[in-house]
Ligand binder design. Structure first.
Ligand code: G3I
Length: 379
């Protein structure tokens, strides 16, 4: 019979106790999203201006209690960080990062290079003409180096380039593309890597399940890596509705990005329950009223039938995320309460949507406990 050395016996005892410890931990039912999901992936949310300026303390309490990751909804976009060439404003971004550090959260920077919310000066010379490729490269490099090095070792991942590819796989005809062609993407990733070699570097986009876009993103990522340029992961924004995309299409996209050797994150998730506005509004006021009721049907609240359908849709996605947790490193909601959501104003201003996990009274929706339970009992 094999004799156990004292070391082996102590090690065995420690392993047994740690197992018991795990059992004891497992015995305490998780009561928050991060307790229920953290063994699968980071569960995150987006901080807005009100969170950072202390005018939404209730929302911030929910962030601290429920989430393990945060992303800046707006304050780290180039138009806010460098509104004028050489003039940086880091006040809000510093508050955002310091909050994340104080609460031991995974911090993501959003977003270094994006055609939208970029300051006009970035692309134009004093005469208002497009700058040369060399000037734009210099300006991109200075912006990225200044921002990323400021938060080196603190911001764990950056949305380096956002929304550069169209649903059909073509490149967006942005000023970045018009002046530098496809090269602006590898340049952006190279500059970010130079500034913080330890940060994860992501490409982030919406409609990321469209096959044309999906395959073009993978082709772009492969071309960067073939050139020895660091890209770690793909951010699937996850702005979904009740009927699009199918869970199968979304799963196929997660699998495709993962099979390409990329980390995958859901970065701006919400489920909008509002119909997409179709026809144009007629001048007839009665038609307008009817149209208003059609595209903004839940102004007075969500009927049970709609709430149940929305909850099922949300749980379908979280079941997919947990089932895919070997491929997903983070799932981030694009806001805390329904009142925070950009979907109340896009694609139609002033509507009432219910896309997030906490309601306008800062209460956790019933689906939150069901998600926690899903996380506890699956995989
Ligand atoms: O802060 C000003 C306020 O002072 C001013 O009174 C008000 C007037 O409208 O504007 C406020 O700024 C708004 C800002 O959000 C903060 O609320 C901007 O107008 C508005 O354009 C901006 O919208 C943001 C949008 O990006 C800009 O494109 C949304 O909050 C934000 O949720 C949204 O997020 C993007 C991601 O970054 C990238 N993926 C798509 C997603 C949705 O568009």
């Amino acid at each position: 019979m094999k004799k156990f050395t004292p070391t082996a016996m102590v090690l065995g005892l420690l392993l047994f106790l740690s197992g018991c410890g795990a059992t004891a931990t497992r015995g305490k039912a998780p009561t928050t999203l991060k307790e229920g999901l953290n063994r699968h992936f980071h569960i995150g949310t987006a901080l807005n201006h009100h969170h950072l300026h202390g005018t939404d303390t209730k929302g911030l309490e929910i962030v601290k209690e429920q989430f393990s990751a945060i992303v800046a909804e707006n304050c780290m976009k180039s138009m806010y960080l460098q509104p004028k060439e050489g003039e940086f404003f880091f006040g809000d971004a510093d508050k955002f990062v310091e909050f994340g550090e104080r609460n031991s959260m995974h911090i993501t920077g959003h977003t270094l290079i994006w055609h939208s919310q970029a300051p006009g000066w970035l692309f134009t010379d004093d005469a208002g003409n497009d700058v040369s490729p060399e000037v734009l490269k210099k300006r991109m490099r200075n912006h990225i180096h200044t921002v990323v090095s400021r938060y080196k070792g603190r911001v764990k991942g950056w949305d380096v380039v956002n929304e550069a590819i169209l649903d059909n796989g073509e490149y967006r005809d942005s000023k970045f593309y018009q002046i530098l062609g496809e090269e602006f993407i590898p340049l952006a990733f190279q500059y970010a890597y130079e500034a913080d070699p330890d940060a994860e570097l992501y490409y982030n986009d919406y409609n990321e399940w469209h096959v044309g876009k999906r395959d073009a993103i993978i082709k772009m990522a492969n071309s960067l890596r073939e050139r020895g340029i660091r890209i770690d992961g793909i951010g699937m924004q996850g702005h979904v509705g009740m009927n699009y995309p199918s869970i199968g299409d979304y799963k196929a996209a997660i699998d495709a990005y993962a099979n390409a050797g990329l980390k995958v994150m859901v970065t701006e998730f919400e489920v909008s329950i509002l119909p997409h506005p179709g026809r144009r509004v007629s001048s007839n006021i009665a038609d307008t009223e009817a149209y208003r009721n059609e595209i903004d049907p839940y102004r007075e609240g969500l009927p049970d039938s709609a709430r149940i359908a929305w909850e099922e849709r949300m749980l379908d996605f979280f079941s997919l995320f947990i089932e895919s947790s070997d491929k997903l490193t983070r799932v981030t909601l694009w806001g805390v309460t329904d009142g925070d959501s950009w979907k109340n104003n896009f694609p139609v201003r002033g509507r009432t949507d219910y896309p997030l996990l906490f309601d306008r009274e800062y209460n956790a929706k019933p689906v939150v406990q069901k998600i926690i339970e899903l996380g506890r009992t699956n995989k």
